[in-house]
Design a protein around this ligand. Structure first.
Ligand SMILES: Cc1cc2nc3c(=O)[nH]c(=O)nc-3n(C[C@H](O)[C@H](O)[C@H](O)COP(=O)(O)OP(=O)(O)OC[C@H]3O[C@@H](n4cnc5c(N)ncnc54)[C@H](O)[C@@H]3O)c2cc1C
Length: 452
């Protein structure tokens, strides 16, 4: 492997931080396991907590392992090294009429990270997770062997790697299907829902649903306004849906994000500024009464417009708390969560509610048939950690779970109840990595491979 460097790193939430030994191979043939030490891969570091950091081992950056290897322009099957990002895929393939079948809310994720977290997008209720479109993976296992796996070959390893948070091996190659698009534009529509009941009703109702749908929730809303939000639907625009003056239907240029030059002081984001912002946003977005044509950046990746937007939460960072609650009690569960959040008087700057379709065969994959809510909370020490422990109890009561790609503070006990198929995953982990060579701060904190 190439030279190493010791550096303090974190996930996207900037909490927690860890001094880690970083290595960055320039080419796939330089990738190997470190002698007698543990390793975890790091793609774009867009997981929020401690999944891609390690205070007791090596962290391998995959950013240079980013070559496209093969593309079939009839089926849309793309094979690429695992460090390739969705941003690189969009730039190359959108102008050719192809789009990732599943995309999370940022384009700055690597393929390895998308598989390891089994990411989902605004179309999970129609298209499943990223893994649903993966046909084959190649891994380097703990003993250095290269191993291919797919839903039909070495399938136990395949499903343990999907959602396995980098703990089964180094993902080197990913083959997956892109979907054809006629244009790079999206036809979007917004509906202002006055309360949580209406938000849920519209997310379920075929007249409001679309290829993609999601709701932004005003967390400052209380009483009758609890859970009010903007339901946002959209689909890839056909050529006949574009306005006549729209130039280049498949035109797509990479975005030039603006920088956040410094960490924002803590007092700027408080419950009063959040409430004022939310009121403005609710009125502005809710005033768009008719469908409108927009570009993929604005529809899928609004936060990518600002580089380092995580600095807006100040030096102590923030926590993203994303949970899923299964049907038939998702509505009551989400209601209780939002009530607890509102009565805690702690501001959540962003809250997003999505409908989820059925889960898949991966024991640690997050989505389950129901709903998911994601909240961003400034890291304010014990005050926020206590709130999240109370929210965990509600999530457990409603049979739900926390998303590991966002987590920085869950307990091992809660994890075991939230992921009842953990034992199944651990058996495969023991088979492919008996000495526990793949480890991260997340895996140790959550005792993912068993009690120490
Ligand atoms: C603004 C924003 C919006 C987001 N929206 C969504 C969303 O809508 N839906 C969703 O599901 N997620 C979402 N996420 C989370 C993000 O998609 C996942 O955390 C994803 O894993 C990040 O990819 P990454 O390349 O940055 O991985 P990292 O954060 O670097 O790593 C994440 C995990 O993947 C493992 N990993 C990475 N590369 C490899 C490899 N080559 N081999 C083995 N393991 C590897 C790491 O070890 C780690 O466990 C969002 C994140 C941000 C910042």
């Amino acid at each position: 492997m190439t030279a190493s460097l010791s550096k303090v790193i974190s996930g996207w939430g900037r909490y927690p931080v860890a001094e880690s030994i970083l290595v960055r191979p320039e080419q796939m043939r330089q990738v190997r396991m470190p002698e007698g030490d543990s390793l975890i891969c790091r793609g774009q570091g867009r997981s929020y907590g401690d999944a891609a950091i390690s205070s007791q081992g090596w962290v391998m950056l995959t950013e240079r392992l980013n070559r496209f290897l093969a593309f079939d322009s009839v089926t849309g099957l793309l094979t690429a090294e695992a460090g390739v990002t969705l941003a690189e895929i969009l730039e190359t393939f959108v102008p050719r009429g192809w789009f990732p079948t599943v995309t999370p809310g940022t384009q700055y994720v690597s393929l390895g990270g998308a598989v390891a977290a089994d990411v989902h997008g605004k179309n999970h209720h129609h298209g499943g997770t990223f893994a649903a479109h993966v046909t084959e993976l190649e891994l380097i296992l703990a003993d250095g062997r290269r191993q291919r796996c797919s839903p039909g070959k070495n399938e136990a390893l395949f499903w343990a790697t999907v959602g396995g948070m980098g703990l089964t091996g180094i993902i080197t190659e990913v083959s997956f299907r892109l979907m054809p698009i006629e244009t790079a534009a999206i036809v979007a529509q917004h509906y202002a829902a006055p309360d949580l009941e209406t938000t849920f009703k519209w997310l379920e109702d075929a007249d409001h649903d679309d290829q993609y749908s999601v709701a932004w929730i005003d967390c400052a809303g209380r009483g009758r306004q609890l859970g009010r939000g903007i339901v946002m639907g959209g689909h890839h625009a056909g050529r006949d849906e574009l306005p006549s003056d729209w130039e280049e239907p498949l035109g797509f240029s990479p975005r030039q994000p603006k920088n956040v030059p410094f960490d924002l002081p803590r007092f700027v984001l408080n419950r009063f500024t959040v409430a004022a912002f939310n009121e403005h946003y609710y009125r502005r977005q809710g005033s768009k009464k008719r469908p409108f044509v927009t570009n993929c950046h604005d529809f899928f990746y609004p936060l990518d417009a600002l580089n380092d937007w995580n600095r807006l939460y100040g030096k102590r960072g923030f926590l993203q708390y994303q949970v899923a609650i299964p049907e038939p009690h998702a509505y009551e569960g989400m209601r209780c969560l939002l009530e607890s959040l509102a009565s805690s008087r702690q501001p959540s700057f962003l809250a997003v509610l999505k409908r989820l379709g059925p889960g898949n065969a991966a024991p640690l994959s997050f989505p389950l048939a129901g709903y998911t809510l994601a909240l961003d909370l400034p890291m304010a020490g014990e005050k926020v950690l206590n709130l999240l422990r109370r929210l965990d109890e509600l999530v457990l009561e409603y049979g739900g779970r926390v998303y590991l790609a966002k987590d920085a503070r869950l307990s091992p006990e809660s994890l075991r109840t939230m992921y009842p198929r953990l034992g199944e995953w651990q058996q495969i982990k023991r088979m492919v990595d008996p000495e526990g060579r793949f480890q991260s701060d997340l895996s140790r904190r959550l005792q993912l491979t068993g009690a120490p």
